[in-house]
Design a protein around this ligand. Structure first.
Ligand code: IPM
Ligand code: MG
Length: 363
């Protein structure tokens, strides 16, 4: 066996939660080699680019990337290329990681941590499929301007049909393996890109007659997610809508610290090139941010990072058995009352390390 994983902890709580994820990963797969690099603000501070060359080189020879988080308030006024987020921006673009899969689950016993009524979120299990390499994040022109002393700025939202087709297929395929319900989210009453999006979805839908398709406008989708979250199975949407809706979906679980994500593209993992087919290179990361206010205190919730490691095993290393074992260990840790501060709601919270140990003990 054996595999190489590039570990990029990043900033804020990134390093502490990534350490938890690596500990859990090694507990089930000691054969995996993890190669760690500073990226984001940690690299910028040393006068390096957000994604230094040696980190990029390690990604090149790895089967997958385990990512922490990037972004610090001190860089807010800098242009994108000089901000920590640029590391993520480059990796998504260079490896064409167009399919961002964000599974949202409410663990048994955690219903009361949600800001919604427990009966609305009990057993919640949905997936947000976000297009990750197109749309307004990457469209050109994208710049600040100053014409005759008047400041302006432009971002460009652009999609080509093939970019929509492949992510919509990801959505349909996922739905097919679940409760067979796909919700496509757009803003087709206003945006041309959304009109194209909807046309492409309609064109592909006949290939999946077993999947029930529903279209929602993004503003309505934001409302329905808090009104009837249990009615969603798989949500597929473009880059920025997916960014916003996935934070909203995440907090349904009570904490953004519980949501992992997988970003997949077209590059096979190196292991796949050597051995089995079907193993995809991917980047795995918690969807939440760097949480600078609690960084370094040892209280962050490592669930999202640990579950990201499980997704890495599932999608990049074709190791469903260990992925499922990690997920059920996390589930049992929650069932046994282990709570970090973000979801403690009055009960005594445990530290990042104690939660991690609790997961490892239940593997
Ligand atoms: C996410 C994050 C990123 C994004 C930031 C850190 C650039 O919010 O992964 O959801 O906007 O995509
Ligand atoms: Mg986001």
């Amino acid at each position: 066996m054996g595999a190489t994983v590039a570990v990029l902890p990043g900033d804020g709580i990134g390093p502490e939660v990534t350490r938890s994820a690596v500990a859990v990963l090694h507990a089930v797969r000691p054969d995996i080699t993890c190669v760690e690099h500073e990226i984001g603000g940690a690299a910028l501070r040393r006068g390096l680019p957000a994604l230094p060359d040696d980190a990029h080189a390690t990604c090149e020879r790895s089967d997958a990337i385990l990512f922490g988080s990037v972004g610090l308030p001190e860089y807010d006024s800098k242009p994108l290329a000089e901000r920590p987020e640029y590391a993520l921006f480059v990796l998504r673009r260079d490896y064409e990681l167009y399919a961002n899969i964000r599974p949202v689950r409410v663990f048994a016993g955690l219903e009361d941590a949600s800001s919604l009524k427990p009966e609305l979120v009990r057993g919640l299990d949905l997936v947000v499929v976000r297009e990750l390499t197109g749309g307004i994040y990457y469209g050109k022109p994208k710049e600040q301007r100053n014409d005759d002393g008047v400041e302006s700025a432009v971002d460009t939202m652009i999609y080509r049909a093939p970019e929509i087709e492949r992510i919509v297929r990801t959505g349909f395929e996922l739905a097919r393996g679940r409760r067979k319900h796909l919700t496509s989210v757009d803003k087709q009453n206003i945006l041309e890109t959304s009109r194209l999006w909807r046309r492409v979805v309609e064109r592909i839908a006949p290939e999946y007659p077993d999947v029930r398709l529903e279209h929602l406008l993004v503003d309505n989708a934001a409302m329905q997610l808090v009104r009837r979250p249990g009615d969603f199975d798989v949500i597929v949407t473009e880059n920025m809508f997916g960014d916003i809706l996935s934070d909203e979906a995440a907090i349904l679980t009570g904490s953004i610290g519980t949501l992992p994500s997988a970003s997949l593209g077209t590059r096979p993992s190196l292991g796949a090139a050597r051995a089995t087919a079907g193993r995809q290179f991917g980047l795995y990361e918690p969807i939440g941010g760097t949480a600078p206010d609690i960084a370094g205190k040892g209280i962050a919730n490592p669930t999202a990072a640990i579950l990201s490691a499980a997704l890495l095993l599932r999608y990049s290393l074709d190791d469903e058995a260990h992925a499922a074992r990690i997920e059920s260990a996390v589930e049992r840790a929650y069932a046994d009352g282990m709570r970090t501060a973000d979801v403690a709601r009055g009960s005594a919270p445990v530290s990042t390390n104690a939660f991690t140990e609790a997961v490892i003990a239940r593997l």
